[in-house]
Design a protein around this ligand. Structure first.
Ligand SMILES: *Cc1c(COP(=O)(O)O)cnc(C)c1O
Length: 228
């Protein structure tokens, strides 16, 4: 954690930005609730999870972590919107009007305002989810009829590459799109490219490997849990 904190602080200084304007989301997918508890113990408060089902099991063991905020950063199917609303304080992967409306309905039922990010697909990769940049204005229009969701900003995930500089054009594009649409928050940057993301204006970085180490493979997950 100290190494990641140092990287964020140095990048913020270089970019003449305040550290307090950047939220570190610790990406805990595939790690046990014990590891989340440990990370909470050293001061982390924001956690990112990719799978509703996986987190549904882990969350039962984390009810006592006051002030912790859980972000859904993996794709959400609209039939899981109700559960997502119960488990997460922030949903970073909204990419369709249908999902927006479902989340709004379930947030209203729970009498909460759910914080969301619109996920934008900036690369041509078939495997990636997210709305096209040109669909963002329509999604924001739809959000105006959804009083129980609050759109904070945009989220993106560039194609993975060893070279963090290759992420820069995607981060620049996301920042520009947010500005054009009057949105403040930018969720971008992961373990290998968080510095570049911060230089380009990230207000939320999502960091897994650099905090928790390499993720256990599914078949190793069990022994991993026992080791704790
Ligand atoms: C897994 C994941 C991360 C974290 O990736 P690392 O390279 O381990 O830091 C960030 N964002 C999303 C959307 C992810 O799925």
């Amino acid at each position: 954690m100290r190494a990641v904190e140092q990287r964020i602080t140095s990048a913020a200084e270089r970019a003449r930005r305040k550290r307090s304007d950047i939220t570190l989301v610790a990406v805990s997918k595939k790690f046990s609730s014990c590891r989340i508890r440990e990370a909470y113990g050293v001061g982390l408060r924001d956690f990112g999870e990719n799978y509703v089902q996986e987190f549904s099991a882990k969350s039962k063991e984390l009810m006592d972590l006051t002030g912790a905020r859980f972000h859904l950063i993996g794709h959400l199917q609209s039939n899981k919107a109700r559960v997502a609303c119960e488990l997460f304080q922030v949903v970073q992967t909204v990419d369709s009007p249908k999902l927006l409306e479902r989340l709004n309905t379930h947030a209203a039922e729970r009498a909460i305002i759910l914080e969301i990010f619109l996920e934008v697909k900036l690369s041509g990769e078939q495997s990636k989810t997210g709305a096209a940049p040109e669909d963002i204005p329509a999604l924001l229009d739809a959000a105006r009829d959804c009083p129980s969701v609050h759109v904070s900003g945009l989220m993106t995930m560039p194609p993975w590459s060893e070279d963090p500089e290759l992420s820069r054009p995607y981060f620049k594009a996301l920042a520009r799109l947010a500005e054009q649409n009057g949105l403040r928050e930018l969720s971008m940057g992961m373990s290998n490219d968080l510095e570049v993301a911060i230089e380009e204006g990230a207000t939320t970085v999502r960091v897994g490997t650099a905090l928790f180490g390499k993720r256990p493979k599914p078949e190793e997950a069990h022994s991993f849990d026992q080791a704790i």
